[in-house]
Design a protein. Structure first.
Length: 97
């Protein structure tokens, strides 16, 4: 049963506007289109970027986003089924797999 939920969450991650799942080639080869353009192209503001590596379910990133709305939060985790929960909330701006 858990496996079915995981696959369902992976598919749902692909529908979220705030989730990016770049390929290894995009990241390593400097081909990711938002590199250096997060504020201008995604957040549409000049607020400081805050990066959380290993964001898990996103609870910490969401809490910080609520406390500091004048900052842009990017959460990164390699477990897509895990960050699905945080990605569903509007306050966590981005989670990347």
């Amino acid at each position: 049963m858990g496996s079915k939920n995981k696959l369902k969450r992976f598919r749902e991650n692909e529908t979220f506007d705030n989730v990016f799942q770049p390929t290894r080639e995009e990241v390593v080869g400097d081909l990711f289109p938002l590199k250096g353009k997060w504020n201008a192209d995604f957040f549409k503001n000049d607020n400081p970027l805050i990066l959380e590596l290993g964001c898990g379910k996103g609870e910490y990133s969401v809490g910080l986003a609520q406390k500091y709305p004048n900052k842009n939060f990017i959460g990164i985790d390699i477990k897509g089924a895990r960050f699905w929960r945080g990605a569903k909330l509007p306050l966590i701006q981005v989670c990347i797999m």
